[in-house]
Design a protein around this ligand. Structure first.
Ligand code: SF4
Length: 293
């Protein structure tokens, strides 16, 4: 369904994002087709009627072009905060691809987070943007494709995501894994964490950003518990007893899992924090700012 938007880049506070080094975030669609059972975008605070009802911001590319032309500070634009920029509809609408073309022309840095191997379609543009800075973080929560299909039913399975990392890496794109969320009693085990890290390293990932827990709040919690009841009978009661109404939920085993995570990353030579964009010549932006004031 088409909708209009007045603005397209959300300006994040400087240094507010410690995970990916973003300054701006952008969503070209509203809603997401991947249907992950734990998705935070279902939280009531976002006022989305249904996550699987997709709206295409049809004037977003014009707004983006105008916005980038007027920006004084070139800093990292993040795709994928409220939805996946490579959900299936992207094959048809190509909003992400066309936005990347604009971003490449204006020489802005980019970070993409996705669960889809469709990202490899845009390797040509990502290579161009890499002259400034491009990073792709592929989210992988479970090594097991069968469990993946239950947790993230309409996203490409884990093995396809690893293949995407291999292709990105071979093309010289800075890429890695976001290993989150880790869901209590489902994927929070040592074997899963180590298997993901070993395969990530084998595919050429340079970093893995991990978090041994998840978040749940009004809206996302009810949906998640309903899905647990369908897929893993009895588990939602265990969540209620263990976590009550908490927002931040760590795996009960999170201390051990973090130790395993850091030790394994060290063994495999994987960064646990991404390299963020740093302007090659920071004085350029600064000088321009002084003239504009
Ligand atoms: S891909 Fe991301 S935004 Fe889409 S459903 Fe899954 S968690 Fe939500």
């Amino acid at each position: 369904m088409p909708i209009e938007t007045k603005s397209i880049l959300s300006d994040l506070k400087k240094d507010a994002d410690t995970w990916f080094g973003l300054r701006y975030s952008m969503n070209l669609y509203r809603g997401c087709q991947h249907g992950c059972i734990y998705c935070d975008s279902r939280s009531a605070c976002y006022r989305m009627d249904r996550l699987d009802r997709i709206y295409v911001k049809e004037n977003a590319l014009e707004v983006l072009e105008r916005t980038l032309a007027s920006k004084r500070v070139k800093d990292t634009i993040g795709f994928g905060s409220m939805n996946d920029p490579y959900m299936p509809l992207e094959r048809q609408y190509q909003m992400t691809r066309r936005a990347l073309e604009i971003i490449a022309n204006y020489r802005f840095p980019v970070h993409i987070i996705t669960k889809s191997d469709l990202v490899i379609r845009d390797i040509d543009l990502l290579q161009r943007i890499s002259g400034v800075y491009a990073a792709v973080s592929v989210t992988i929560t479970t090594f097991d494709d069968v469990l993946c299909k239950k947790l993230e039913p309409f996203a490409p399975v884990t093995s396809k995501r690893f293949e995407a990392i291999r292709r990105l890496s071979e093309a010289g794109i800075y890429c890695g894994v976001t290993l989150m969320p880790v869901l209590p009693f489902l994927n929070d085990n040592e074997e899963n964490i180590v298997s993901i890290l070993e395969e990530a390293a084998a595919c050429g990932a340079q970093y893995v950003v991990g978090y041994m827990g998840m978040t749940l709040r009004e809206g996302s919690r009810e949906y998640y518990y309903d899905k647990l009841d369908q897929l893993f009978p009895g588990l939602s009661d265990k969540y209620r007893q263990t976590f009550g109404q908490k927002y931040g939920i760590n795996s009960p085993d999170y201390k051990h899992l973090f130790t395993v995570f850091y030790d394994t990353c060290k063994r495999l030579n994987l960064q646990t924090k991404m390299d963020f964009y740093r302007p090659k010549d920071p004085s350029m932006d600064y000088e321009q700012l002084k003239f504009d004031i």
